[in-house]
Design a protein around this ligand. Structure first.
Ligand SMILES: C[S@@+](CC[C@H](N)C(=O)[O-])C[C@H]1O[C@@H](n2cnc3c(N)ncnc32)[C@H](O)[C@@H]1O
Length: 187
């Protein structure tokens, strides 16, 4: 995995509120989940986006899987300081590697990855392990399940991988550097 240094961690964990609200407004417009949905987030960082999605989507369970123990502590601290009103029991924060998700096949309705997929490889410019992460997410998704992600590297290659695996593009938003994609696994 590509580890973040202390400075990167500080920026990722500190300046997220406005960015998270923009993400949520866009997701709300384009994503419809079945009642009682099971969600997965890989690389949740400080967990603030997970909290927004749990409140907004009201899933039955939201499994946030983070490899870095310091980030996991930050996410647990965030959850402690920002208790969720309605969906308290849905959020679970676990230590896990996106390349080996401790989840059964076809158990997830929507997987989220915000600026996390490229961390599958040892360095940001290296695409080599990203297909493994995508395959692992694909394994856990139910037919018709969604992958929602934001990336600033390997954008075309990730889209090509999804096309090759017959994911349909539900929505794409391309910004100056980043893109947001909602893709649907064939049903
Ligand atoms: C750039 S941060 C993004 C954090 C958060 N999603 C956000 O948008 O603020 C990438 C996150 O992925 C985590 N990560 C890196 N490699 C991982 C892996 N193999 N499995 C799970 N999480 C990983 C990092 O520790 C970090 O928290």
């Amino acid at each position: 995995m590509a580890e973040m240094n202390a400075v990167a961690r500080f920026f990722v964990n500190t300046f997220g509120a406005r960015r998270n609200r923009r993400r949520w407004r866009w997701i709300r417009e384009h994503l419809a989940l079945p009642p009682g949905a099971s969600c997965l987030e890989i690389g949740p960082g400080n967990g603030s986006m997970a909290a927004l999605l749990v409140e907004g989507l009201a899933p039955q369970r939201y499994l946030a899987m983070e490899l870095d123990a310091r980030q996991l502590s930050a996410a647990r601290e965030y959850a402690r300081k920002h208790p969720l009103e309605g969906s308290r029991g849905a959020l679970s924060l676990e230590r896990a590697d996106m390349l080996h998700l401790p989840l059964p096949d076809r158990s997830i309705d929507a997987a989220f990855a915000f600026v996390a997929l490229h961390h599958a490889s040892p360095s940001h410019r290296d695409f080599s392990r990203v297909p493994d992460a995508l395959a692992e997410i694909d394994r856990t998704l139910r037919p018709g399940g969604y992958l929602v992600y934001e990336e600033f590297v390997h954008k075309e290659k990730i889209r090509r991988w999804l096309d090759d695996h017959r994911f349909a593009r539900v929505a794409v938003r391309q910004g100056w550097a980043r893109e947001w994609v909602i893709a649907r696994k064939p049903g």
